[in-house]
Design a protein around this ligand. Structure first.
Ligand code: ADP
Length: 400
């Protein structure tokens, strides 16, 4: 019987974790080890409802970081479990499942070998994701591991949505197609929205907007993804914190020629130096800073906000058409859950769909589930906080 599930999100220099008791889906403790590989690695840790603590740890690699996490979880003064024997299963966030993994999977050696072959799909993230799984397999060899892929939920897209209008050899030889990301969040939101609508998942049509530093919107028909705004990589689609989202592909080779930039430099320009940050100069393109400056009359920030809303509304409108009319438009992620201005920028552009914003409710809702459109809005717009870690824990519980 699976009771306690540890969720691990292993990044290049950090390892985030949450421990759940699946009886009642209660979060027991959470935290992260940051600056792995540096001499000043740090463990941030808190128990449910408790204060955050910081402590220096020795974490030259992910295995050492995991040991530090396990040590605090069982420590007599700060821990939440008596022994590591209480950890029944571990769920891992993995960036890319390509077309190999259409669902979460229990990891054994052959599965791990298959995941390793997918490193070229995410050369920055996949090695760290795999490092986290290997560390768990080594340190807790009896505990089952489950891999939950960011791309898996989008694997239901039909070819007309998933394929690019390129010669087929690029797909057949190199796997170049749309994969989509944030799948764990969109899946959680689809389940939560179905519950909110009191409909079975298989009968809901939705437009789900995950808006954070990285943002994506999905078209969901009958509970399944029909299309999503991110593509081969998380660069496509919306205007994001530091990513440009959609541009005419010719922009890329025009800038390359004009400024003599190579592929790596262009990659950095479009992924890390564009989007809200690129337009405004605000570091990280943080929505809070941009809204604050826009309110004070900063023209570049105002423009960035309008661009953000315009692009997002374009996707919402198109996806509403493709799903044959959405039962709800859902906002989630740091911006979707918290930024009244960000949501308003989108909703105010949706009047042709019969969407009517409830300004009072929209100003009030932060980080909680609630309606932000009026009762007579033709499509309800609702905020639902995402919980990717809980979704990973549920997948782990289901498979382990
Ligand atoms: P990530 O994609 O890194 O997980 P998040 O989902 O945490 O990002 O979202 C980060 C974004 O959410 C930032 O742009 C941040 O400004 C915005 N955000 C977070 N809290 C608020 C808030 N209270 N009001 C407005 N924006 C917020």
């Amino acid at each position: 019987m699976i009771n306690k599930v540890l969720v691990v999100n292993s990044g290049s220099s950090s390892l985030k974790f949450m421990l759940f008791d699946m009886k009642g889906e209660k979060m027991l403790a959470k935290g992260l080890v940051e600056r792995i590989g540096s001499p000043n690695a740090n463990l941030v840790y808190s128990r449910a409802g408790g204060a955050k603590s910081n402590s220096a740890v020795s974490a030259p690699d992910h295995a050492a970081a995991l040991k530090a996490v396990l040590a605090v979880l069982v420590s007599p003064d700060r821990g939440v479990i008596a022994s590591l024997g209480e950890v029944d299963a571990i769920g891992h966030r993995v960036l890319h499942g390509a077309e190999v993994f259409k669902d979460s999977v229990k990891v054994d050696k052959p599965v791990l070998a298959k995941i390793k072959k997918l490193v070229p799909y995410g050369p920055l993230h996949m090695p760290a994701n795999i490092g986290g799984i290997e560390a768990c397999m080594r340190i807790l060899p009896k505990v089952p591991n489950v891999a939950v892929f960011d791309t898996a939920f989008h694997q239901t897209m039909p070819p007309c949505a998933a394929q690019y209008a390129l010669q087929p050899k690029y797909y057949k030889k190199y796997g170049i197609r749309k994969y989509g990301f944030h799948g764990t969040s969109h899946k959680y939101i689809v389940q939560a929205a179905a519950k909110w609508l009191r409909k079975p998942v298989s009968r809901v049509n939705l437009v789900t907007c995950h808006l954070g530093n990285g943002s994506s919107i999905s078209a969901v028909k009958g509970g399944k993804v029909l299309d999503t705004s991110m593509g081969l990589t998380p660069l496509a689609g919306l205007v994001m914190g530091t990513r440009c989202g959609d541009v005419d592909p010719a922009v890329v080779f025009s800038i390359a020629k004009l400024e003599g930039l190579d592929a790596d430099r262009l990659d950095r320009l479009l992924n890390k130096e564009s989007g809200l940050q690129g337009v405004t100069g605000v570091a990280g393109g943080d929505m809070r800073d941009i809204c604050a400056r826009a309110a004070k009359g900063d023209e570049a920030c105002r423009l960035a906000l309008e661009m953000f809303g315009h692009r997002a509304a374009f996707y919402v409108g198109g996806y509403n058409t493709l799903v044959g009319g959405a039962d709800a438009i859902v906002f989630t992620g740091g911006i979707g859950e918290n930024s009244s201005d960000g949501r308003e920028q989108i909703m105010k552009r949706l009047s042709a769909l019969g969407v009517k914003i409830d300004k009072k409710a929209n100003a009030k809702i932060h980080g909680e589930t609630g309606l932000v459109s009026t009762r007579d809005s033709k499509i309800p717009c609702v905020v639902i906080p995402t919980n990717e870690e809980l979704m990973i824990a549920r997948e782990t519980f289901r498979l382990a």
